[in-house]
Design a protein around this ligand. Structure first.
Ligand SMILES: Nc1ncnc2c1ncn2[C@@H]1O[C@H](COP(=O)(O)OP(=O)(O)OP(=O)(O)O)[C@@H](O)[C@H]1O
Length: 205
């Protein structure tokens, strides 16, 4: 088992969002998170990525094993596409960025400043980052936003290849990615918010 989540209770901005949530993630497994807008998918993924703490329950296996791609692309505008990947490869101690460029058809854009890319191209670069981390668990929040049909296929292929080599993925998405994946609907775990503090307790909104 790569990741285990037990009896988790989460809040956002002081408001309870989810309670009693548990699941496991095995090597080779993709788990798709579903739930309506505001259900708490992003809150859960942020928690697993270590950006905020749960108010109850336990997460184990997440420490150094997670690569997180949230709503922001996480790219550096003043570096080229190649330099962005080289930067992340160095951070994670990996050398080879060719496979990442290949997977998202980024070779023709390799020398472009990332800040000059289109939204979908930026998203492709942001997702290609996952491939140079070497992290076994990918935690992805709406990864296909801005992607065209071909790019969604590139993403699905990258996930399949990651799973085939013993990785795992936890993905919040509203679309069908064509993956053989289990679905976890978090709706039954919604907490009843009976108070609102009116303030946010987060360092990073
Ligand atoms: N920074 C914040 N401060 C206070 N409340 C927040 C904050 N961000 C989100 N919330 C609230 O927390 C709840 C869960 O939001 P979250 O973003 O986790 O939902 P989601 O399932 O990812 O939604 P979506 O499908 O719209 O992306 C919502 O009620 C939302 O309004």
């Amino acid at each position: 088992m790569l990741l285990s989540v037990q009896d988790l209770t989460l809040a956002r901005g002081g408001v309870p969002v989810l309670t009693g949530l548990g699941f496991t993630l095995e090597a080779g497994q993709a788990l798709i998170l579903r739930g309506p807008n505001g259900a708490g998918k992003t809150t859960l993924l942020r928690c697993i990525a270590g950006l905020q703490s749960p108010i109850g329950g336990a997460i184990s296996g997440a420490e150094e094993t997670i690569a997180y791609a949230g709503h922001a692309d996480g790219i550096k505008a003043m570096l080229s596409v190649r330099e962005n990947l080289q930067f992340w490869a160095q951070v994670f101690g990996k050398g080879d960025i060719a496979a990442a460029l290949d997977s998202y058809a980024l070779h023709p854009l390799a020398d472009r400043l990332a800040g000059t890319l289109s939204a979908g191209q930026k998203r492709r670069l942001g997702l290609s980052r996952l491939l140079v981390t070497g992290c076994p668990i990918w935690v992805l929040d709406e990864p296909t936003v801005s992607l065209d049909v071909d790019a969604v296929s590139m993403f699905a292929a990258a996930v399949k290849s990651h799973l085939a080599t013993g990785g795992a993925a936890l993905i919040a998405t509203h679309i069908d990615l064509g993956l053989e994946a289990e679905v976890l609907d978090i709706t039954p775990f919604r907490a009843h918010a009976d108070h609102y503090s009116g303030t946010s307790d987060e360092a990073f909104l």
